[in-house]
Design a protein. Structure first.
Length: 250
C-alpha cells in the first residue's frame, strides 16, 4: 500500500516557542488517519505545516516527492487540500460560486470535467443543490461544513486534510458529517482528520495518533487506541480499571 503522505521529525515554531516537536506520521492510500488530542496540543499547527501554510523543519513527502520546498499552490496542484477549522467560506458569494472557486487550479489547467465534478458534489450534498443560489453566509452550521467539503472536492484531491469538522455542530449533524467522511473514503479520497471528538474520530478512522503538547504520545490502529486504557480514560471519558491489589480478607 503506497504512502500518500509521510512526515518525519516535523518541528514547527512560533518565534522561539516550538509548538510541534519532532512529529512523525504517515497516511496510506485509501485510508482515514486521525490525530486526536486536547486543545493547544498542536493539531492545527501540524496540518498548517503539512499544507505549507507555516514554516517548518523536518521532512514532508507528498505523493512520493519531497514537499518541503513546494508552495501551497504546488501542493494543491499535486492533490492536497485543506478544509480549515473555520471553513473560511466566502459568505457574500453564492453556494455555486464558492464551489467554482474550489476548482480554480483545474480551470488553470484547462480541465474539461469540472461540470461533472460539480454535479457529483450536488448529488452527494443535495442540500447544496437546493441552495446553490443562496449566499454562503446564510447557511446553517452543518450546511456550511458541507459546502466546505464540497468546495474541497471540486479540486479532485487525493488527500484531504480536515481540521475539526465537527466543531460547533449539533450532535445529530456531527453524526451526519462523520457519515460523509466515511463515504468519501469509498470514493478513493484519503483523509487526515484532526478532531477533538476522539470517540467519533476513532470510530471512522483506520489508524490514529495522539498528539499531546506537540509530541506524538501514542499511535496505532484506531480499534487498538479506542481500547487503550490511557486513551479511553483521557479522551473517551471511560474510567480506568483499578489495579489489582490482591484478595481482601474480612
Amino acid at each position: 500500500m503506497s504512502k500518500l503522505l509521510e512526515v518525519r521529525d516535523l518541528r514547527v515554531a512560533y518565534g522561539k516557542v516550538e509548538a510541534v516537536h519532532g512529529a512523525s506520521i504517515h497516511v496510506d492510500e485509501a485510508r482515514i488517519v486521525t490525530v486526536i488530542g486536547p486543545n493547544g496540543a498542536g493539531k492545527t499547527t501540524l496540518l498548517g505545516a503539512i499544507m505549507g501554510l507555516l514554516p517548518s523543519r523536518g521532512e514532508v513527502t507528498l505523493f512520493g516527492a519531497p514537499a518541503m520546498r513546494m508552495s501551497v499552490e504546488q501542493r494543491v496542484a499535486q492533490g492536497l487540500c485543506l478544509v480549515p477549522e473555520r471553513r473560511e467560506l466566502f459568505s457574500a458569494m453564492t453556494v455555486a460560486d464558492n464551489l467554482e472557486l474550489g476548482a480554480f487550479q483545474r480551470y488553470r489547467r484547462g480541465d474539461k470535467a469540472i461540470a461533472r465534478t460539480r454535479d457529483e458534489v450536488y448529488q452527494r450534498f443535495p442540500r447544496l443543490a437546493d441552495r446553490r443560489a443562496q449566499l454562503a453566509g446564510t447557511l446553517s452550521g452543518g450546511e456550511r461544513q458541507m459546502l466546505a467539503f464540497g468546495r474541497a472536492l471540486m479540486g479532485k484531491p487525493r488527500l484531504l486534510l480536515l481540521d475539526e469538522p465537527s466543531l460547533g455542530l449539533a450532535p445529530l449533524i456531527v453524526r451526519e458529517i462523520f457519515t460523509i467522511i466515511a463515504a468519501l473514503r469509498a470514493t478513493g479520497v484519503s483523509i487526515l482528520l484532526v478532531e477533538q471528538n476522539a470517540r467519533a474520530a476513532l470510530q471512522v478512522a483506520d489508524y490514529g495518533y495522539v498528539l499531546e503538547t506537540g509530541e506524538i504520545a501514542a499511535e496505532g490502529p484506531s480499534t487498538d487506541l479506542a481500547v487503550d486504557p490511557r486513551v479511553a480514560a483521557t479522551y473517551l471519558g471511560q474510567k480506568r480499571e483499578p489495579a489489582a491489589t490482591g484478595p481482601v480478607h474480612p
